[in-house]
Design a binder for this molecule. Structure first.
Ligand SMILES: NC(=O)c1ccc[n+]([C@@H]2O[C@H](COP(=O)([O-])OP(=O)(O)OC[C@H]3O[C@@H](n4cnc5c(N)ncnc54)[C@H](OP(=O)(O)O)[C@@H]3O)[C@@H](O)[C@H]2O)c1
Length: 314
């Protein structure tokens, strides 16, 4: 019998996926207790790895591959994780995942993080009625009276849309609110908002080869008690291209890293400001691989510098 850990090591070592349904491997060493972080200002713990839903996830949702979407959500929960990051603008992702979560009862177990934006990126203005309709649509898809987190996507008309989210929060329909951006030209505005608005979360891009956030945004999040969701922990395809055909350095085992995905994710979540990273995937075996980054040892500061140096040497 092959354990999940052995399976992942074998995949990482050979660079190929074995033709086995990865969920069949879970019986021997599950359930796992995942590493968690506290949402600042609360006693609520979140597992440090979740699932994102743009990119390849949104592609399979758009293709009508509901069976895989269901399996991904189920596996996320079975493996002890909970955070699912989505948005109305990710094609069919939020609708398909929301309806599956609603109809299967997984909506009660997931930490559902969606977004609102009817204003586009940056300067456009949001019609409050349209923004409200978008939020209500998210509630309908998920089929719950209360949502965990809604963030203003890409800082679109923050005064209007964050104001609306605050109304929902005050009415007890929304537990947490926040704003997101992955665009460098918006980082200054993000910093201003973090300093002036009461936010529970931000969602930002951060990766071992993309560390601008370490300068001001991540320290500010710690100072202001704002939770951080990490987006683009692989730079979508950028880091995969960089390590293609390369084996992990031997010392990665010192941090219980068995794959490149875990290497990249352990870097991101080992920053003390980070609450959870939400990589997207369309493949259950990749999800299980990614969730492996939520157990074992995380790199300390010396380990993090070693990881950066290694990536920069490639
Ligand atoms: N402004 C915003 O609010 C904003 C912006 C960007 C992203 N986000 C959120 O952050 C999430 C993550 O960002 P992203 O999806 O753009 O990029 P990403 O997570 O950095 O990369 C996703 C890519 O990595 C691949 N992948 C995932 N796990 C893998 C593994 N273990 N081994 C090999 N390949 C793997 C996926 O392909 P496979 O399907 O083949 O696994 C997919 O192509 C998004 O889904 C979204 O929820 C939010």
């Amino acid at each position: 019998m092959i354990t999940r850990r052995d399976y992942l090591k074998l995949c990482a070592a050979t660079g190929v996926a074995l033709a086995i349904n990865p969920r069949l491997l879970l019986a021997d060493d599950s359930p796992r207790q995942l590493l968690t972080r506290t949402i600042p200002g609360t006693s609520e713990q979140l597992p440090i790895i979740g699932l994102g839903s743009s990119a390849s996830f949104s592609r399979i949702a758009g293709e009508g591959d509901n069976a895989t979407v269901r399996e991904l959500l189920q596996t996320l929960v079975e493996q002890g994780a909970s955070v699912f990051d989505t948005a109305p603008s990710y094609g069919a992702a939020e609708r398909v995942a929301g309806e599956i979560a609603r109809d299967s009862g997984l909506n009660e177990k997931l930490f559902w993080a969606t977004k609102v934006n009817v204003a586009g990126r940056g300067g456009g203005s949001a019609d409050p009625a349209a923004a409200r309709a978008q939020i209500e649509q998210s509630f309908d898809w998920l089929g719950k009276p209360e949502m965990d987190l809604i963030q203003v996507h890409n800082l679109g008309d923050v005064p209007t849309q964050l104001g609306l989210l605050r109304e929902y929060q005050e009415a007890g329909r929304l537990r947490y609110i926040g704003v997101t951006t992955t665009f460098p030209e918006q980082y200054q505005e993000l910093e201003r908002l973090m300093s002036s608005e009461p936010l529970n979360f931000i969602g930002i891009d951060y990766a071992v080869d993309n560390r601008v956030m370490e300068q001001r945004i991540l320290p500010l999040a710690q100072e202001r008690g704002i939770g951080v969701l990490v987006y683009l922990p692989f730079g979508r395809t950028r880091l995969w291209q960089l390590v293609e055909g390369r084996t992990l350095p031997d010392w990665a085992a010192e941090y219980d890293i068995a794959s490149w995905g875990q290497f990249f994710l352990k870097f991101a979540v080992s920053h003390p400001a980070v609450t959870c990273a939400t990589p997207a995937t369309s493949q259950v075996r990749h999800l299980i691989d990614n969730l492996g980054a939520a157990s074992g040892r995380l790199p300390d500061e010396e380990g993090r510098q070693r990881m950066i140096a290694h990536i920069e040497s490639l």
